[in-house]
Design a protein. Sequence first.
Length: 378
Amino acid sequence: MALRIGIEAQRIFRDKKHGMDFVALEMIRNLQIIDKENQYVVFVKPDTDPCLEETKNFKIVELKGTTYPYWEQIMLPAAAKAEKVDVLHCTSNTAPTQKDIPLILTLHDVIYMEKSPWAGGSLYQKFGNMYRRLNVPSVVKQASVVITVSEFEKEVIKRQFPEISNKLKVVYNGKSTHFHANYSDDEVSQVVKKYNLPHNFIFFLGNTDPKKNLPRVIEAYIQYCREAESPLKMVIADFSATLLDSHLSKLNAIDLAHQFVLPGYIPNKQLPLIFKKASFFLYPSLRESFGIPIIEAMACGVPVITSNVASMPEISGGAALLVDPTDVNSLKNGINTLSKDETLRKNLVQQGLERAKSFDWQITARKVLDIYKDIKKQ
């Protein structure tokens, strides 16, 4: 008998998507391709980008709601019961605390369990961390299967919740098909013109999440600029001029503001064109459970600098220049090395293109489907 599978994908319709949104969206899109047998109900919150379409065996249910917890704890379980799903897959760390429907949980990370939820980040991020800290210990115990995204994160979760070790499964993330190196010069030029990008630049995806390590990145880059004869400019996506000025003021480096280009939020579909144009991609995060931009950049043929900690050595697989993200001097030296060494850049491009072939959303979807089938047998 076919299963009726509910999938929580609350935020995939929002315009400015982030990592977990894309993971859920790509998993669902690829399940639509490979699974014509089971019935699916995808629960979403209505928003400005209805990026998923119904198919014969995939139904989309839009649930309006105010706060994230209200949507998840009240509206989602009620809708799942009404739709008579056999299992509910929650895709973004948290889940309803109800126990009426078998649960599969994708637990991307447990960073919020490792430190105070009020440390760093915006007020929105702090409240989100507090909610996860309250919710996750309960729902990981009630889940039939807990999926995570790297061997590194699996070991971290086992230390945090040893009682769930026997139901933890690793399913790697993938890269979307539009991340490739075959864009024409004309396509790249259009995006360069749209965002007023320099001819050569370092690309950094910055935001206010403390784990992204932005203060150290800016400090290391300032030191690089002070020492280099002709420093590459730095393009920082999704970052405001006000915040940049604040950082530069603390470093007495307002005179170097002209070295930064701030294009604002860049839609995911346009990121590959910027990757392809960049001299190299900088991703020295303090803590990642996976780090999708690493493989996205590699697939676009750009050299990558990333961290020698957490999941990043596992995911980059020897195809990136690794630095110590806590050491400003190590960051600066990495930037300096890759900006000067053309041979190293070329080698990393080739190694990265090969490494990126290992990550595909259809592989992800097939492994998730196997988990659904195992639930069916129970």
